[in-house]
Design a protein around this ligand. Sequence first.
Ligand code: SIN
Length: 272
Amino acid sequence: MGYEVLDVRPMTKRIGAEIFGVDLTAPTLGNQLLSEMHDALMEHQVIFFRDQPLDHESHKRLGRAFGALAIHSGVAGIADHPEIVAIHADENSKFVAGEDWHSDLSCNEEPPMGSILHLHTVPEDGGDTLFSSMYAAYDALSPTMKAFLEPLTAVHDGNHVYQALFPDPTKSYPCNSHPVIRRHPVTKRKALFVNGSYTTRINELSKDESDAVLGFLFEHVKNPNFQVRFRWRKDSVAFWDNRCTQHFAVWDYFPEVRSGFRVTVAGDKPFR
Ligand code: SIN
C-alpha cells in the first residue's frame, strides 16, 4: 500500500506497524492523513505512535475521526467524559484491565470496531501489550477445521467478566451470539472471533464438545507466530482493530504505576 504523508514501518509480517510523521494532538488531521491511518490500520490491524501527549479532547477527536465513540458497557467512564475509560494500575490494584486474551467488548450486540489507548505513565520496565492477528489464527487452521467452524456461532457474555470485577447482583451486562468466523467488513478477510474472556459456549455443540473446541481455539490464538508485542513509552498510543485482533496486557510491573486512557470506536454486528 502506498503512503504519501505517513511513514509506516511494519513490525512483523503479520501484524503491527509503527507510524511516524503525524501529530495526533493537532486540531485537524486532514483527510489524506486520516485516510492513510485507516489504510494502515486495515493493513496492519494495530498501529502504534510515539510522543503523542493526547488530552481528553484530542483523544476523543481522534476516535471520532474513525466513527462514533462507544460508551463502555462494563466500566464507567471518567468524570465529564463518559466515552473515556481510565486504564490504571498501581500498588493497590487487585487486577488490571485486559489480563486475558480478548477482543474488547465482544459481548456487545455490535462490538467496537477499534480502541485507542494512550498511556501517560509507564513503569520503568514491563507493562507491554501483546496483540494477536485473528486473520493469521484463522489462516493457520486446516481446511477441515475451517469448514467445521464456518457455520458455528458462539455466546459472548459480559456478566461473568464484570460481576467478577464489580460484584453487584442488581446489574447485568450484554450477552450476545456471534459467528465463530467473522468476515471483516472492510478487508473482507475471515478472522477467528472467539476469545477467552467473553466467549462461553458454541451454540451448535454440546457443552463438552464446546468446551473442547473453545479450549483448543483459546490456546491457538496464543501462538507467538500471530503476534506483535508493544513496548510502551510515556505518551505512546496504540490503535487496534477489534474485528481482527485480540490483545493481552502483561501485568509484570507491580507495584509500579501504569496509567492512561482509552476511547472505543463503535462497530457493527459481526457477519460471516
Ligand atoms: C485493554 O484495553 O484491554 C488494556 C490494554 C492495556 O492496558 O495494554
